[in-house]
Design a protein around this ligand. Structure first.
Ligand SMILES: Cc1ncc(COP(=O)(O)O)c(C=O)c1O
Length: 393
């Protein structure tokens, strides 16, 4: 059955508006992007838009282990509280707690759901949430699920944050920030935020989806993310993260105290009313976690980041260098121009996604380059030469 005429017109009009503003999105398959070049002499498309920062999603050892997993089930087909809980899920939670230096952890099907799951049930109507204005959509949507007052603060402006916290008298105060920001690649100064949180009796939530497994305390081979980097693990009350980025797997998790975990198990709707993460994904994430601890992949990644910035400087490409951050935004401004540059790069076999509103603010469109440990320096060089050329034209 088709849509009736007025419903059809409604959707057509909305889509027309998006096209007009260069904000229209369409799905492409990875095979479309790489043009399925098998059997041709054309070069493969080099992907500079993946969050697989350590290349673990394609790690040969892990893929082999995945094939050899003697799993008897594709999915538990049930929520954790019914019949979906397994030893592997609990084993992974234990390992993630150690990894984040927390006493317990709780898996969610995705990082997006972890944010909805935490922010949707912890803040109540006597709570105020201070949220960095550039926080990810899942944090924003999580905040919207709560009955609390939401008070955004200017990006990484901690003086404003502290002023704002002191100004409002609410029974409970929550600060929520990303660790490494997903679209800007910069870091929240967690040392200072943890101080503000402690001194003002707040609850500090950090979504570290992009710093987790990537940065930390390298001398200790601790890749526990932004809190480890700043040495403030204890100052963060609730860690939220994704397994689908640095770890190259799939899923989301929260690390916190036992009490908070107990509360989430009882109150978090995106945890209670959905199917459990399939068991084999937990098994493979456990192996990936062990591999990530060796530190070899991070060392390769850091070398690529350093090399990228050196060549970008030589080519007069303006980038903001954030030490060890694999996300490098090249601000273009116009949505149309960002799309054009991205298309031209694809013609040269480089995939760099143009990021536009509502992911970022209007007229702040950008190319978001994400580096990984598998990138080859010749490719990074070639990419930057093309970018320099296309930005000029
Ligand atoms: C900061 C941040 N939080 C959460 C998510 C969602 O994670 P997932 O892809 O596991 O749902 C993303 C995804 O891009 C993200 O960038």
């Amino acid at each position: 059955m088709g849509l009736n005429k007025s419903n059809s017109l409604y959707f057509q009009e909305k889509l027309r508006e998006l096209r007009k503003e260069h904000l229209y999105r369409e799905l492409r398959t990875i095979e479309d992007i790489s043009h399925s070049r098998k059997g041709t002499s054309a070069p493969d498309v080099k992907n500079f838009s993946s969050n697989d920062y350590l290349g673990l999603s394609k790690n040969r050892f892990l893929v082999r282990r995945l094939r050899n997993l003697h799993t008897s089930k594709i999915s538990q087909c049930s929520s954790r509280l019914i019949s979906g809980n397994t030893k592997s899920l609990e084993k992974l939670e234990k390992a993630l707690s150690k990894h984040r230096k927390a006493t317990s952890s709780l898996l969610f099907p995705t990082g997006f759901m972890a944010n909805l799951g935490v922010l949707g049930c912890i803040p109540d109507n006597e709570t105020i949430i201070f949220s960095d204005e550039l926080n990810h959509a899942s944090i924003i949507d999580g905040c919207k699920l709560s009955p609390s007052k939401i008070q955004p603060y200017p990006h990484n402006d901690l003086i404003e944050l502290e002023k704002s916290i002191k100004k409002y008298s609410y029974k409970r105060k929550i600060i929520v920030t990303e660790g490494i920001f997903s679209m800007d690649g910069d870091m929240a100064d967690l040392k200072e935020i943890a101080r503000i949180s402690t001194e003002n009796n707040c609850l500090l939530l950090v979504d570290d989806s992009h710093g987790d497994f990537i940065i930390g305390n390298n001398n200790l081979k601790d890749y526990g993310g932004t809190p480890s980097y700043f040495g403030v693990n204890r100052g963060v009350d609730i860690h939220i993260s994704s397994l689908s980025k640095g770890l190259g797997c799939f899923g989301g998790y929260v690390s916190c105290s036992k009490l908070v975990r107990e509360y989430l198990v009882n109150k978090s709707r995106p945890f209670i009313f959905t199917s459990a993460l399939p068991d084999y994904l937990a098994e493979i994430a456990l192996m990936a976690l062990q591999l990530s601890k060796e530190g070899i992949l991070q060392t390769n990644l850091y070398k690529n980041i350093e090399y990228f910035h050196t060549i970008a400087k030589e080519q007069n490409i303006k980038t903001r260098k954030i030490e060890k951050s694999p996300i490098i935004p090249l601000l273009i401004g116009s949505e149309k121009k960002a799309l054009e540059v991205s298309k031209k790069l694809l013609k040269q076999h480089f995939f760099v996604q143009a990021i536009r509103y509502p992911t970022v603010r209007k007229n702040e469109a950008r190319l978001r380059i994400s580096l990984n440990s598998d990138h080859n320096q010749d490719h990074i060089y070639e990419l930057l030469i093309y970018i320099a050329k296309f930005l000029k034209n």
